[in-house]
Design a protein around this ligand. Structure first.
Ligand code: NDP
Ligand SMILES: N[C@@H](CC=O)C(=O)O
Length: 417
């Protein structure tokens, strides 16, 4: 039996899940690959806190990250504490001390992934981060292994479990935004700072990671078109349903020749769209590639055990590399240069939600009415869909409607990948 010593940074929702799954799989791992994982040390903020762990062996809790990242006996460090600067420093320290690293931290990988990958290669250690996108869905392995020779032309998905859970609870149970969010937090889906989930930052980080693996392109996060779910109302969700549409928190990337069109925003999908029935904490990524066509990868996008399962698969990959002396690898992330624009530059149809009219009897200007095919009135709000609008037409329509209505929201209607 070979013993591999592991250190962890963090033991919250995901960290406790890792211990549970390791405990559950101890015998299976021992029998199949003759390895025993010895979790030696775990760094946490509050080392004396009482924890309800499913872990049968001794483990030392510490308040000092260096106790883990510099311990010469530890071979693999699992970073599940979050933050960017502290996590970056800790991961660099672990790598510089010859340890392979697994992280679930999308913000860290989106912002510092290429530097960390380079550092890991220089130090002949592995860096894996399957849990950073899609929780339990093995999407990064698919992009970097299974589709490595195919040309990916489109990604459409839901990659934030919290936003999808909140919108699903609002739509299906008429639960308020605040109550739905509280439930998502209680279930361990939300980030320590849930603004990251609700304002689309978390999805943007995940789109950045997907884009590196799918297109070899590093997304400019500062210029990325990003809208959150925090302004969506219960009325808007039912207004969309009247039109046979569901509002979903989406990421989109479409490659057309040497240009990538990207978007992180709530979109409206028809009942037939594959994302329409992806509900609650579920995530889904639709990948369109030249040889394979469109394939979809769906499953639990957040939560303790689903996320820990992705970490387990990285742990087993790294263990294989340690046993065969092949460390120094990461997910394949080719590098190419393509231009990037907002998807909203392309002609699109929109579902429009118009809040309370500014005048009692709203009158559409000629310019506005020419785009509006039909309208539906529930209470004070108006909901309608447009024909295909190019960027200028959409901007003009938005301007003229905002004179007549409060809270004008445009949701792109997604039809194909
Ligand atoms: N929750 C989820 O479903 C998913 C989370 N992730 C990512 O996984 C990571 C962890 O998330 P999650 O488990 O939910 O977070 P939690 O807030 O539940 O846990 C964070 C853990 O890290 C510890 N910690 C925080 N800051 C420090 C620090 N400075 N030094 C040492 N320990 C620290 C905390 O210690 P203490 O316990 O003492 O407070 C806690 O154990 C994040 O990067 C998140 O984005 C990725 C996919 C899904
Ligand atoms: N907060 C994230 C957790 C997983 O990445 C989410 O809700 O998706």
């Amino acid at each position: 039996m070979t013993t591999i010593s592991v250190g962890m940074l963090g033991c919250g929702t995901v960290g406790t899940g890792v211990l549970t799954l390791l405990n559950r799989a101890t015998n299976q791992i021992a029998e199949s690959i003759k390895v025993h994982f010895n979790v030696k040390k775990i760094a946490v903020s509050h080392p004396d806190k009482k924890r309800n762990l499913h872990w049968d062996e001794d483990v030392q809790f510490t308040g000092e990250i260096e106790n883990v990242t510099t311990d010469p006996s530890i071979q693999i460090v699992i970073e599940v504490m979050g933050t960017v600067d502290q996590a970056y420093h800790a991961v660099c320290q672990a790598i510089n001390h010859g340890k392979s690293v697994i992280t679930a931290n999308k913000e860290l990988i989106a912002l510092k992934g290429p530097q960390l990958t380079k550092l890991a290669r220089q130090n002949h250690v592995d860096l894996y981060y399957e849990a950073s996108v899609g929780g339990g869905i093995p999407i990064l392995r698919v992009l970097s292994d299974s589709l490595i020779t195919d040309q990916i032309t489109g990604l459409t998905g839901i990659v934030n479990g919290t936003s999808n859970y909140v919108l699903s609870a609002m739509k299906d149970e008429r639960s308020s935004y605040a109550d739905s969010l509280k439930r998502a937090q209680k279930l361990g889906y939300a980030e320590a700072n849930p603004i990251n989930d609700l304002s689309g930052f978390d999805s943007a980080y995940k789109l950045a990671i997907l884009s590196q693996l799918a297109f070899g392109h590093t997304i400019n996060l500062k210029q990325l078109e990003r809208t959150g779910i925090d302004k969506i109302t219960l009325d808007e969700l039912s207004g969309a349903a009247h039109w046979g549409l569901t509002i979903k928190p989406a990421i989109v990337a479409r490659k057309k020749e040497h240009t990538l069109y990207t978007l992180v925003a709530p979109v409206a999908v028809t009942k037939q769209h594959p994302l329409a029935n992806v509900s609650g904490v579920e995530n889904s990524v639709l990948v369109t590639s030249t040889a394979l066509g469109t394939t979809s990868y769906t499953g639990a996008g957040a939560g303790s055990e689903p996320t820990a399962n992705s970490i387990m698969s990285d742990l087993l990959t790294i263990t294989h590399h340690i046993l065969t002396e092949q460390c120094g690898s990461s997910y394949n992330a080719p590098s190419t240069h393509i231009s990037e624009y907002s998807l909203l530059k392309l002609p699109l149809e929109y579902f429009i939600a118009l809040g309370e009219p500014a005048k009692k009897e709203p009158k559409f200007s000629n310019e506005a009415s020419q785009y509006i095919e039909d309208t539906f009135k529930t209470g004070k709000a108006v909901f309608c869909i447009t024909s295909v609008l190019d960027k200028n037409e959409k901007t003009n329509l938005e301007k003229s409607l905002s004179f007549m209505f409060q809270n004008v929201h445009f949701y792109p209607i997604l039809k194909e990948n």
